[in-house]
Design a protein around this ligand. Structure first.
Ligand code: ADP
Ligand code: ASP
Ligand code: MG
Length: 411
């Protein structure tokens, strides 16, 4: 007998018929003798619909109210799933974030889980009921409803699995595992049987939304194996686990892309030792995270420099006045340019640690397609290039097939 956590994403609970099949799947696991804890996302499209309603009222909505609003999506899905299990003859009870006591910090719309009290879930399961927990939501110290950021139900699931000592955390979604790249963008993408936490962490942070990045961090920290699989079949999916000998040694494990950033180019700054510190200090003071940064000599006067960087597109409106103020007024910039039509494409692989020439090959593959590279960043196991958004799909396919990822045997 095992204690299993099963998480169902938006598409998997996207209609009454699908919720019914989720109920049957949970009951089948229970009938096999397992104790089952289910985590559900909002029905597909619901979170976007709710956020869209708020944006009709105001462009900069209050974050506390946005969380109170967005959390309702998961409340509906949890109650419907519990009802579906009951309708199939089972016993189930829905639990919201504050009922489980999923304690988070107070950072509305991107809260982090601080503690989970597993007793309510444990007593529900001990009573022979299936606990159906609303994903994505928690409660802050002050009792406010918080949400964990887009895709946050993955994190709810893994954190609950860690808190209750589950034997496995199954993430049921609309694809049958983690692929070498987004299968909806690249037809030759192939399913990966096993992938290390480190590689999955990079893929998630570089845009592969199949798992929320924070869920992988928690899984890695607490050693929770994740099984990503399809809610539409019984096929074995992808195991995300610690690195070990059985993992296939590949230079590049996957390709990811991210269209959520914007590029800011600050031209003709007065070049002093503190220019970068002043510019990024002012941006950091507004709690705006910066990703890629390039500082280059300006084509203008000798004591000038240009700095290009990327930030989340969703922060752009908030960041603009700040950047204008510091760059033009304090640091003498001649011009500031903004570009939201960009994408970051990245390759990830543990094997890069010990292989030379991977970056050169990536640049060549992009060059062969005539794709200009606007910025580059690297770490031990990933290389990212910024390109115009219109090249995203072309770049992903060229890199995916160029690194031989389309040739792996289908499993
Ligand atoms: P859910 O609603 O179940 O949480 P998501 O839409 O959040 O599902 O995540 C699944 C989607 O992630 C897939 O439909 C796919 O388009 C996308 N995706 C991006 N990169 C990958 C990848 N490397 N492997 C699998 N899916 C990926
Ligand atoms: N419903 C939330 C979202 O759409 C959380 C999730 O699906 O994981 O982002
Ligand atoms: Mg998701």
């Amino acid at each position: 007998m095992a204690l299993v956590v099963q998480k169902f994403g938006g598409t998997s609970v996207g209609s009454i018929e699908r919720i019914r099949s989720v109920a049957r799947r949970c009951l089948a696991a229970q009938r096999r003798g397992d104790d089952v804890v289910v985590i559900v996302s909002a029905m597909s499209g619901e979170t976007n619909r709710l956020l869209g309603l708020a944006h009709q009222l105001t462009t900069v909505p209050d974050a506390r109210e946005m969380d109170a609003l967005a959390a309702t999506g998961e409340q509906v899905a949890a109650a419907l799933t519990a009802l579906a299990i009951q309708a199939e003859g089972g016993r189930a009870r829905s639990l919201l974030g504050h009922q489980v006591r999923i304690r988070t910090d107070g950072a509305f719309t991107k809260a982090r889980i601080q503690a989970i009290d597993g007793t309510k879930i444990a007593s529900t399961v001990a009573a022979g009921e299936i606990a159906v927990v609303a994903g994505f939501q928690g409660v802050s110290e002050s009792g406010d409803i918080t949400t964990l950021g887009r895709g946050g139900s993955d994190t709810s699931a893994v954190a609950i699995a860690a808190a209750i000592g589950a034997d496995a955390c199954e993430i049921y979604t609309d694809v049958d595992g983690v692929y070498t790249t987004d299968p909806n963008v690249c037809p030759s993408a192939t399913k990966i049987d096993r992938i290390s936490f480190e590689e999955m962490l990079e893929l998630a942070s570089l845009g592969a939304k199949v798992l929320q990045i924070r869920s992988v961090e928690i899984a890695m920290k607490y050693g929770v194996p994740i099984h990503v699989r399809s809610s539409f079949s019984d096929a074995e999916g992808t195991w995300v686990t610690a690195e070990d000998q059985s993992l296939e040694r590949v230079v590049v494990a996957g390709v990811a892309y991210d269209k959520s950033e914007a590029r800011v180019a600050v031209i003709g700054l007065t070049d002093t030792p503190s220019t970068a510190a002043d510019l990024f200090g002012a941006i950091a003071d507004k709690n705006i995270a910066v990703d890629m940064i390039i500082q280059g000599a300006s084509r203008g006067a000798q004591d000038e420099t240009d700095i290009t960087f990327t930030i989340a597109r969703s922060d752009l409106d908030r960041a603009k006045p700040e950047i204008e103020a510091i760059a033009r007024e304090r640091l003498g910039a001649r011009e500031v340019r903004y570009d939201s039509a960009i994408a970051k494409v990245s390759i990830v692989g543990l094997g890069m640690r010990s292989h030379a020439g991977v970056a050169a090959k990536m640049f060549r593959l992009l060059a062969d397609e005539g794709i200009p590279i606007q910025a580059i960043s690297t770490s031990e196991i990933k290389i990212s290039c910024l390109v115009a958004v219109k090249y995203t799909e072309l770049a992903v396919r060229a890199l995916h097939d160029g690194f031989g990822l389309g040739e792996r045997p289908k499993t």
